[in-house]
Design a protein around this ligand. Structure first.
Ligand code: AHR
Length: 359
C-alpha cells in the first residue's frame, strides 16, 4: 500500500499528504488506525531521508544488483556472408533474448561505412554497451574515439581491430585465427607427406581472419620446401565467390598441377567443391581440401568424401559476449582477450560428429 502511494505520487508528496491526514483524523481515528498511519509515515520518512542526495547511476545499480532497467546493447554485425555468420547472429540474438537484454542489432551488409554509421547511431541512442564484429581491421580509430568520449564501453566480437590505443575497447572475444591457419597447414603437411601444389581461397581482403589465417598457414609452410602456394585469390568468404574463383583456377593452364586447396572458410570450400565437380575433378581425392569453420555443410561434405578436413572456428559466442556486457556494467575488470575453444575434424570423424554439430 505504502509502495503504491510512493510510486504514483512520489515520496515528498505522499509524506505531506499523510501528515495532513494524520492531523485531521487525530481526534476521530481509533487507536489502531492512528498506529498504522504513524508507522507508515515513519517508513516514508526513512525512505525519503535515505534516498536524499544519493541517486545511483545505472552502472552503480548494475554493480550492486539493484538495477531493474534492461541493459541496452548496440551490436553491429558484418552481414550474412557465410553459414558461420548466420550461426553467430543467431547465437547473439537468442542469448540476448534469454537474458532480457535490449539488443539493438544492425546488419552492415559487408560494408565498413554501414558499420560506422551504426556505431554513431548507437552513440546517439545512448546505449549502455556497444559491441561489433569489424569487417576489416583498420579505419576504426576515429569512431572508436567518439564512442570513448561518449563514455560507452566497447566489446569486440569475433574479429579484432588494428588500433594504436588499446583503451578504445574493453575486451576482444574471438578465435585465434593465426592458430587456425597453422592447424590447417599442419593437417595438410601430414596428409600430403610434405609435398603439395596449393591453391588458396582467401577471405575478405583486409579482414582479421584473412590476414591471420594466411599468416599462420604460411608460417608452417616455411618448414616444408615442397609445399607451395601457386594460386591465391579472395573469394570474400562466400560460397558463390569461392566457386567463381575456383572455376578460374581450374581454367588456367597449370590447373592440373594443383593437388591441394586451402580455403579460409567452409563456404568457399563448398563453392570450390561444386566448381571441381563441374570441371570433372574429384574433390577430396584429386585435390585434398582443408578449410576453416566446422559448419554442418562441411561435415556433410566430409561424410561424403568431398572435403578432407575442417578446422573449427566457433561462432556460438553469444553467451560469452553478454557475460562480458553484464560484467562491464557491473564494473568488473575483464581480460583484454577472451579466447574460444576449438578443434580440428577429419573425414573419419565426420559421420559420428554430425549429429552433435550445433551450427
Ligand atoms: O570472422 C570469422 C569468419 O567470418 C568465418 O570464418 C567466416 O566464415 C566468416 O564469414
Amino acid at each position: 500500500m505504502a509502495k503504491c502511494f510512493l510510486v504514483v505520487l512520489g515520496e515528498r508528496q505522499c509524506l505531506s499528504l499523510l501528515i495532513k491526514y494524520l492531523m485531521n483524523t487525530r481526534k476521530r481515528a481509533s487507536q489502531r488506525v492512528r498506529g498504522n498511519l504513524l508507522s507508515l509515515s515513519l517508513a516514508m520518512i526513512c525512505g525519503v531521508v535515505s534516498s536524499c542526495g544519493q541517486k545511483k547511476t545505472d552502472v552503480e545499480k548494475a554493480a550492486d544488483g539493484s538495477r531493474t532497467k534492461k541493459i541496452v546493447v548496440g551490436f553491429s554485425q558484418i552481414g550474412a556472408e557465410s553459414g558461420w555468420r548466420t550461426a553467430n547472429t543467431e547465437s547473439i540474438k537468442s542469448e540476448a533474448a534469454k537474458r532480457g537484454i535490449d539488443l539493438q542489432f544492425s546488419d552492415a551488409q559487408q560494408k565498413q561505412e554501414n558499420q560506422i554509421k551504426a556505431l554513431r547511431s548507437f552513440i546517439a541512442q545512448g546505449v549502455d554497451v556497444i559491441a561489433f564484429s569489424p569487417v576489416v581491421e583498420t579505419g576504426w580509430e576515429p569512431v572508436m574515439q567518439e564512442i570513448k568520449k561518449a563514455g560507452i564501453p566497447v566489446i569486440l566480437s569475433d574479429r579484432a581491430v588494428d588500433v594504436a590505443d588499446n583503451s578504445l575497447y574493453v575486451t576482444f572475444i574471438g578465435s585465434d585465427f593465426t592458430e587456425e591457419g597453422r592447424r590447417a597447414a599442419n593437417w595438410l603437411a601430414k596428409a600430403c607427406g610434405g609435398k603439395a601444389v596449393i591453391a588458396e581461397l582467401v577471405g575478405t581482403p583486409g579482414s582479421a581472419p584473412a590476414i591471420d589465417r594466411k599468416k599462420g598457414f604460411e608460417e608452417v609452410l616455411a618448414k616444408y620446401p615442397d609445399m607451395k602456394i601457386v594460386k591465391s585469390q579472395s573469394g570474400d568468404f562466400t560460397r558463390a565467390k569461392g566457386k567463381e574463383v575456383m572455376e578460374s583456377f581450374l581454367k588456367s593452364p597449370d590447373a592440373k598441377q594443383i593437388t591441394a586447396l586451402f580455403a579460409h572458410n567452409d563456404d568457399m570450400a563448398l563453392g570450390a567443391i561444386q566448381a571441381m565437380e563441374e570441371a570433372g575433378v574429384r574433390p577430396g581425392k584429386d585435390v585434398l581440401i582443408v578449410s576453416i569453420d566446422g559448419v554442418r555443410g562441411a561435415f556433410e561434405a566430409m561424410a561424403s568424401g568431398k572435403l578432407n578436413c575442417t578446422v573449427e572456428c566457433n561462432p556460438l559466442i553469444g553467451p560469452q559476449l553478454f557475460d562480458a556486457a553484464e560484467a562491464v556494467m557491473a564494473k568488473k575488470t575483464l581480460p583484454k582477450r577472451t579466447a574460444v575453444q576449438e578443434g580440428v575434424f577429419e573425414q573419419a570423424q565426420a559421420a559420428a560428429e554430425l549429429p552433435n554439430r550445433k551450427y
